[in-house]
Ligand binder design. Structure first.
Ligand code: NAD
Length: 413
């Protein structure tokens, strides 16, 4: 199934409930602009390398478009298109004054040296600098990109347009980045996991957690939940699934990963090590947090999941038919457009600080993030109860309704 078919399925389920006409559905689904570019740079050995880059700007009814940049070999136009539309609903669900966009390059960043990564990024900016900007489209980090990439992006963009750090978020803290941006997505995942389990009547210390992905999102979610007394029994990255039925030593694993040359858990030997994919199918798990790539849970493998709660920290980890099958089994799913909105929320705070030339403390960032995420969660929870629908359906209904209203107030075009 294509990524856009999956987002379309969830969109249609909510649009049905909202009784949207076909013409409004078309207007809300169709991206405003899609750009595909050649990204050519010089490798360290003097050879040229060319990759395909994309930026999809989906909707700007609620404000400048916002969305991450992904560097991954599987990046293609369909995936970027789907992720751009998710950003439109996500920014609306947490009520940020933004629309949605996404971009990326079909490249494996782990195959590049530090300087090659920089040259690739600068070459990408050369191709798309005129369609992004602080009032039009503001990129941010996603899978395979980080604060260094954001710093190079800003520097290259400013060569064309002059000083304006609010063109991109997720920058280094020393270079107009916001304190708390790096941890924000994982922290938001942790905050909402705690709130959801409380609503469901589960205690943290009795809720065994498994996390797929130990990068930016997965590692910060693990840290937050470990500190909140959840036993984290499994974490996985591309190198394997690291398992201890009595709970892993997360601070030790974080130290190990951060000191590893590829920021991996490869070689960590203070627990059992299973194949990477095993994390999804472990017995006796209460909370499963996919925090790596999309499409990992499908209708064939969903029955093997033991968890009764799934938190979608990654974008689109569950395909539509699996979503239905899991719901029929009584599994509660916290959808991506709510669960992982902490990152774009603190990106918004970074953009606001840049525009005001003013710096917030880490405490303030955390307080405002917790409030934004908690308010959005309570709203979606109430709507799900009221309409007797899933949390995903409720989140899509809220997001779509807000975007539709803004489009209408703006005169539709
Ligand atoms: P990252 O590149 O920092 O980390 C990805 C992690 O997933 C790594 O540990 C990697 O080893 C692991 N991984 C990749 N493929 C895997 C596989 N097949 N099995 C097991 N582990 C695998 O990426 P990230 O920024 O943490 O993003 C993770 C997900 O969260 C993505 O879906 C992204 O779109 C989503 N997301 C990220 C942010 C953000 O602020 N970074 C915000 C919202 C959503």
């Amino acid at each position: 199934m294509k990524a856009t078919d999956a987002t379309r399925y969830f969109f249609d389920a909510a649009a049905e409930r909202l009784e949207l006409s076909e013409s409004i559905r078309d207007l809300l689904l169709m991206p405003l602009r899609e750009v595909q570019v050649q990204v050519t740079f010089e490798r360290d050995n003097g050879e040229l390398a060319s990759h395909v880059g994309f930026r999809v700007q989906h909707n700007k009814s609620r404000g400048p478009m916002k969305g991450g940049l992904r560097y991954h070999p599987d990046v293609d136009l369909d995936e970027v298109r789907a992720l751009a539309s998710l950003m439109t609903w996500k920014t609306a669900v947490v009520n940020l004054p933004y629309g949605g966009a996404k971009g990326g390059i079909g490249v494996d960043p782990r195959s590049l040296s530090y300087r090659e990564l920089e040259r690739l990024t600068r070459a990408f900016v050369d191709q798309i600098h005129d369609i992004v900007g602080p009032d039009t489209d503001i990129p941010a980090p996603d899978m395979g990109t980080d604060y260094r990439v954001m710093g190079w992006f800003r520097n290259q963009w400013e060569k064309y347009h002059g000083f304006n750090p609010s063109v991109i978020t997720g920058k280094p803290v020393e270079e107009y980045g916001a304190q708390g941006r790096e941890e924000a997505t994982g922290r938001g995942v942790g905050t909402l996991t705690t709130k959801l389990l409380k609503r469901l009547g589960h205690k943290p210390e009795d809720s065994k957690v498994a996390i797929q992905g130990f990068g930016n999102v997965g590692s910060h979610a693990a840290k937050f939940l470990h500190e909140a007394q959840f036993p984290i029994v499994a974490v996985a990255d591309v190198s394997g699934t690291y398992f201890n039925a009595d709970g892993l030593n997360i601070p030790d694993m974080l130290r190990y990963m951060l000191n590893h040359p590829r920021q991996s858990l490869e070689g960590y030997d203070k627990c059992d090590v299973l194949p990477s994919g095993a994390v999804l199918w472990l017995d006796d798990i209460d909370v499963l947090i996919p925090a790596a790539i999309g499409g990992v849970i499908n209708v064939e493998n969903s029955d093997a999941i033991s968890a009764s709660v799934i938190i979608e920290a990654a974008n689109e980890p569950i395909l539509p038919l699996a979503d239905k099958r899991l719901a029929d089994r009584g599994v509660t799913i916290l959808p991506d457009i709510l669960a992982n909105a902490g990152g774009v929320t603190v990106s918004y705070f970074e953009w606001v600080q840049n525009r005001q030339h003013y710096r917030w403390s880490l405490d303030r960032v955390r307080q405002e993030l917790d409030k934004t995420m908690s308010d959005a969660f309570e709203n979606i929870w109430q709507i799900a109860q009221q309409h007797e629908v899933s949390l995903r359906n409720a989140a899509y209904m809220v997001g779509i309704k807000r975007v539709r209203r803004a489009a209408e107030l703006g005169g539709w075009t």
